[in-house]
Ligand binder design. Structure first.
Ligand code: ADP
Length: 673
């Protein structure tokens, strides 16, 4: 019986494993790097231990230290999650040698499937179809060219130990093969410590279909159906679903039989995934096996009603598989979308920064949310920038798609760039709705079309203008109160003028455009005059009572809901599945907004607070030292960027703080009227 498990991971997967462990009455031990000292997984665990600095090689990849902590805490098992040490056979072996249960497959199975080339050789021997190519020892370009010529271009070169979509090059013709092989060797060396490569026929528009398998120590292997993970960018998955759309029963059976045979060929135990590529004629080919829990295991859980992590624990304890193949039933359809801190308009480059706002859809019987981060946390460049997984289920695919589309409207992330609008765009595409997906779909999309769709609509611009005008009105009132003259008509924000009604003006800017807005106000009603292609349109707007970040407007007789946040110089407006960042041209207005924005002072690096020189409500001048942080035996002063007031101090002397932790709130005082 496992009584206590150390989870050698972080983020959503550490939290997800802990949830099952706690439900089963298993105590949990978390480990963390300095960048994660305050992270959700640390707060969820019964006990938490520091591994080292943020860099994974000094923390989450330090197997020896993790085993020491397992001993120290008397943990009888280690769950590696995914990524980090999860497929490291030496680590699994060392855990076993230390008398601790590794919640995963046997060392030999990890080793056998650890290298793509060796795994293919084993699979071919076991009669599992593999793509034509070369995965042997002759690594010369001469031999690669000869094979490519035999099987025909295009081909793909892959680092044998690669993973995460890295270390791969598509080669279209003989001309590119040498430069591609050199690049793959270099990447293999640099990222995976081995430059060995393999060559494979490259399939155009294939689907990525994988089968979840489970084996026990009594020789039994079952499958939990398949997942389609074809929606990928940079060869990495962002939307997955189960079951795979449009498979005939025959194909589904053939895939799962092949997967079970593959697992049996390496005496597999515990959870594993056999990945296949499916060509346009429904031929499938083994690609690789992942000998661990997958990110996308949740869709399988929703269609089978099973808890895969619970099965992992039970099998690691030596139990038999909880169900026979016949008892495992498929019900309905599940889809998962990965919310990443990345910028789809900039080649899906990862983005980092502090999460200043995070709303995720509320969980229902159709919506599940897995998240390992919280507001104020820093999305660090050290780790995979996944913020959350949104998983939906319903009786059929259409209904599941509808849940996903509406769930994404309730995902609001402010801070780093995120892909929410992009995945929302994807799940509403005709191809996706019809299940016409392949691994090249995202690459073929016209991103200009996506950009056009996310241009701010007139209602979002009106919401921004209302937000700005109300901030200006609130500020006028504060100023009037300070002057002791709150009832003066000169401070009336509705633009009272001696000669009758006048207008308020706001100019709004966004990435690809700008607009002049002219408004007349009476109490909570506005008339906006907005120029569209040379013609002035009137918009009649009523503002519903204030709900802080939520703005409800009736615009020309129709109700609209918005969520509006300030972030740096931007006003961030969420409306249904759109988010727009809009700026104001007016320095005065910007200052008003910034004044109330309470900039966050984040720890620039992990360290210890050695001195706090300010307290709440104290006035400070530009350049004044507020906090001293010690990191790697050096002191770093955190200074006021300009004159201001300390709103609150969120740390105390002696605190060990993570990089990006919010240390104090500060309000500028140099706002000019
Ligand atoms: P990793 O281990 O880095 O995830 P994989 O070998 O699993 O790499 O491949 C990742 C993705 O790359 C696949 O899902 C698929 O989209 C693409 N890919 C890999 N091999 C081929 C191939 N032979 N033909 C076409 N696409 C491929």
């Amino acid at each position: 019986m496992i009584k206590k498990v150390l989870i050698a991971n972080r983020g959503e997967i550490a939290c997800r494993i802990m949830r099952t462990a706690h439900r089963l009455g298993i105590e949990t031990v978390a480990v963390y790097s300095d960048a994660d000292a305050d992270a959700t997984h640390v707060q969820m665990a019964k006990e938490s231990f520091r591994l080292g600095p943020g860099n994974p090689s000094e923390s989450y990849l330090c197997g020896k230290k993790i085993i020491e902590i397992a001993h120290l805490t008397k943990a009888d098992a280690v769950h590696p999650g995914y990524g980090f040490l999860s497929e490291n056979a030496d680590f699994a072996e060392a855990v076993g040698a230390a008398g601790v249960i590794f919640v995963g497959p046997p060392v030999n199975a990890i080793r056998a499937m650890g290298a793509k080339d060796k795994a293919k050789a084993i699979m071919e021997k076991a009669g599992i179809p593999v793509l034509p190519g070369y995965y042997g020892d002759d690594q010369s370009d001469f031999h690669l060219i000869k094979t490519a010529e035999e099987i025909g271009y295009p081909i793909i070169l892959k680092a044998a130990l690669g993973g995460g979509g890295k270390g791969m090059r598509l080669v279209e013709s003989r001309l590119d093969i040498e430069s591609a092989s050199a690049a793959v060797r270099r990447e293999g060396e640099a990222l995976f410590g081995n430059g060995r490569l393999l060559l494979e026929k490259y399939l155009r528009k294939p689907r990525h279909v994988e089968v979840q398998v489970f084996g026990d120590s009594h020789g039994e292997v079952v499958h939990l159906f398949e997942r389609d993970c074809s929606l990928q960018r940079r060869h990495q998955k962002i939307i997955e679903e189960a079951p795979a759309p449009h498979l005939t029963d025959e194909l589904r059976n053939n895939l799962s039989t092949a997967a079970i045979n593959a697992a049996k060929a390496v005496d597999y135990q515990n959870a594993g995934t056999i990945e296949f590529l499916l060509d346009n004629d429904n031929n499938f080919y083994f690609m690789e096996m992942n000998t661990r829990l997958q990110v996308e295991h949740s869709v399988t859980e929703l269609i089978t009603g099973l808890d895969i992590v619970e099965w992992q624990f039970r099998i690691a304890e030596g139990e038999k598989l909880p169900l026979t193949q016949d008892e495992i039933e498929l019900s309905g359809h599940a889809i998962e979308a990965r919310v990443y801190a990345e910028d789809p308009s900039a080649g899906f480059m990862p983005s980092s920064g502090i999460l200043t706002h995070l709303d995720l859809p509320i969980e229902t019987e159709n919506i599940r949310v897995e998240c390992g981060v919280k507001i104020g946390e820093y999305i660090s460049p050290h780790y995979d920038p996944m913020i959350a997984k949104i998983i939906v289920w319903d009786k059929n695919r259409d209904a599941a798609c509808r849940h996903m589309s509406s769930a994404l409207m309730n995902a609001r992330v402010v801070g780093p760039a995120v892909n929410v609008e992009f995945i929302s765009y994807l799940v509403n595409l005709k191809y996706f709705r019809e299940g016409e997906i392949d691994t090249g779909l995202i690459e073929r999309l016209d991103l200009n079309e996506f950009r056009r769709q996310i241009e701010p609509a007139i209602d979002s611009l009106i919401a921004t203008a209302v937000y700005a005008l109300r901030a200006r009105a609130a500020n006028s009132l504060i100023m009037a109160n300070r002057r002791g003259d709150p009832n003066s008509p000169w401070t009336n924000s509705e633009c009272w003028r001696i000669n009758g009604t006048s207008y308020q003006h706001v100019k709004l800017f966004w990435l690809n455009g700008s607009i002049d807005v002219k408004a007349q106000q009476e109490k909570n009603c506005y008339v906006f005059f907005i120029d569209s292609d040379g013609e002035i349109f009137e918009h009649h707007v009523t503002v519903f009572p204030d709900q802080t970040e939520k703005i409800v407007l009736e615009i020309n007789g129709r109700i609209f809901h918005f969520h509006v946040f300030k972030h740096n110089d931007d006003i961030v407006v969420f409306s249904k599945n759109k988010v727009n960042k809009i700026q104001l041209n007016d320095k005065f207005m910007r200052n008003i907004l910034m004044e109330s924005a309470k900039p966050i002072f984040a720890a620039p690096m992990p360290g210890r607070i050695v001195e706090i020189k300010v307290k709440a409500n104290e006035l400070v001048s530009a350049g004044q030292t507020m906090i001293i942080l010690e990191s790697m035996k050096m002191e770093h002063a955190i200074k006021a960027p300009e004159d201001g007031e300390i709103v609150g101090v969120n740390c105390k002397i002696g605190d060990q703080v993570a990089e990006g932790l919010d240390l104090l709130s500060f309000k500028r005082t140099n706002v000019t009227e």
